[in-house]
Design a protein around this ligand. Structure first.
Ligand code: FMN
Length: 461
């Protein structure tokens, strides 16, 4: 039995009354082209967001999930058109008017469906580089009712401009869902970015953006795949065993300012997990030199170098670091935001050097990643750490878990997020990953002319 995925259109222009027909069309479609063909020949005009979530639904359906598309506009009061002085020429354009009141009965049913689903794809038009107020209703409601906790969450977004904010809209929603306890995923292989990003303005014109719609399809597939891992793990959550966790300290002072906070924080968990603390400032890490062919996948007579970075200088420690984190059940990326002048950064250089790991058919696939920030409110040297961790590590085909925030005032911890929920979830994911079969994954060098490695595949579990 597959998982249940809810796909939600957050457009005010959603074709509310025809969403059930869209569900039928998705279930009848054999592939993405056929889906577009069926939408066109239905003669029904759907909003661009509707079309984008339909493609995400097809991706999830093809991965074995049960899918249901709904429109948030079905929850809105729709009887108030007279409030607007609308010329007859634009009357037909207007789908639903949100008077900020909601139909309580419809809302209850909608939230029950969300509660019962294993994964969610939020579709939104881009409004000023963010999601729409209609799409926002979903995250408001899930927050009030804590509905996203431990659910897989992805986003598809549509904007009229080519770089109109599809990515910012996705990132804001992904980050907020993360803070609500969702497990956040991107579009997965072969490109693996933030989710579905579609370029379309006129209503219905999303059908012309095949490339964009393929990212929506991939996002639906990704949400379905990860929800399957969780579902598998939840069947016998206690069998996961102790997770092996790499705690990577990406910036620190020479006298190990970060270390004492980590000792205090993780102290109570030392017998529940195998924690490996990796202090990057103890290592030499050279910069990425930006090879267009990466990694040096085939090195003649040197199997050890296959799939590795071309940099072979013995003084560079990336190989040792790679060996240490390989096979971890979780990676925690620790950063600090403070007013210190003697903080040594390894964050950026380490991140850029992990490129060959991504390009080696996503070696970190399926690994849960957690951002962790020691945050002094007056600090300005690294205020966005946990957002940066989300947006970079999601590209490693990982699942992102709720960040850990530790607030310090004058060096004293005044608040810290608990780690217990993370640990429970890591047990489930570890078990789910070991019980789900490996999948064959390929990286694609989109944006580069050298396609030598595009069709090489690796088994990842
Ligand atoms: C209030 C408003 C703000 C918008 N802001 C942006 C924007 O920042 N970037 C962009 O690319 N498109 C923007 N658009 C265009 C819509 O994102 C675009 O038309 C989209 O296809 C609408 O999706 P829909 O058909 O699902 O409603 C905006 C549209 C409106 C109405």
């Amino acid at each position: 039995v597959g998982t249940n995925i809810s796909l939600i259109s957050g457009s005010i222009r959603a074709n509310t009354s025809k969403i059930s027909r869209l569900n039928e069309i998705v279930s009848e479609a054999s592939d993405a082209r056929d889906l577009n063909h069926r939408i066109r020949s239905s003669g029904i005009v759907f909003s661009n967001t509707d079309i984008s979530v339909a493609h995400a639904a097809l991706g999830a359906l093809d991965s074995g999930s049960t899918v249901k598309i709904s429109a948030i506009t079905s929850l809105l009061s729709r009887s108030q058109k007279s409030l607007y002085n609308t010329p007859a020429s634009v009357e037909g354009d207007i789908g639903a008017l949100d008077t900020l009141s909601m139909d309580e009965g419809a809302l209850r049913g909608f939230l029950e469906e969300i509660g019962a689903s294993d994964g969610i794809v939020l579709g939104t038009p881009v409004y000023f580089g963010d999601r729409s107020s209609v799409a926002n209703k979903l995250l408001q409601q899930t927050n009030i009712r804590r509905l996203l906790k431990d659910k897989i969450f992805g986003v598809v977004s549509v904007g009229a401009k080519r770089n109109g904010g599809q990515e910012t809209a996705a990132i804001y929603s992904l980050y907020e869902a993360l803070m609500q306890g969702a497990i956040v995923v991107g579009s997965g292989p072969p490109i693996c970015q933030y989710g579905g990003t579609v370029w379309a303005g006129d209503k219905g014109s999303a059908l012309e953006d095949g490339l964009g719609l393929s990212t929506c399809y991939a996002t639906g597939r990704q949400v379905s795949y990860f929800s399957g891992i969780l579902d598998e793990g939840a069947k016998s959550p206690d069998e996961g065993g102790k997770p092996r966790i790499s705690v990577i300290v990406t910036m620190n002072t020479r006298d190990n300012y970060v270390g004492k906070y980590l000792e205090d924080y993780f102290g109570p968990y030392m017998d529940k997990a195998d924690l490996d603390f990796i202090n990057l400032i103890d290592y030499e890490i050279f910069r990425c030199v930006g090879c267009s062919r990466c990694p040096c996948r085939i090195v003649k007579d040197d199997p050890v170098s296959s799939g590795m970075c071309v940099l072979k200088d013995g003084a560079d420690h990336m190989r040792q670091l790679h060996a240490r984190i390989k096979g971890s059940d979780c990676i925690i990326i620790v950063g600090a935001n403070n007013t210190k002048d003697d903080l040594v950064y390894r964050y950026q250089v380490f991140m850029e050097r992990t490129r060959y790991i991504r390009r080696n058919n996503f070696e970190l696939s399926n690994t849960p990643v957690i951002g962790m920030l020691l945050n002094e409110p007056e600090g300005i040297n690294n205020p966005m750490h946990n957002i940066k961790v989300l947006t970079s590590y999601i590209r490693h085909n990982t699942m992102m878990l709720k960040p850990i925030n530790i607030i310090l005032i004058k060096g004293k911890v005044v608040y810290s997020d608990r780690f217990d929920d993370h640990l429970a979830l890591l047990g489930i994911i570890k078990k789910g990953r070991s019980s789900s079969g490996a999948v064959s994954i390929s990286y694609e060098a989109e944006g580069y002319s050298d396609k030598t490695y595009d069709n090489m595949r690796s088994e990842r579990s």
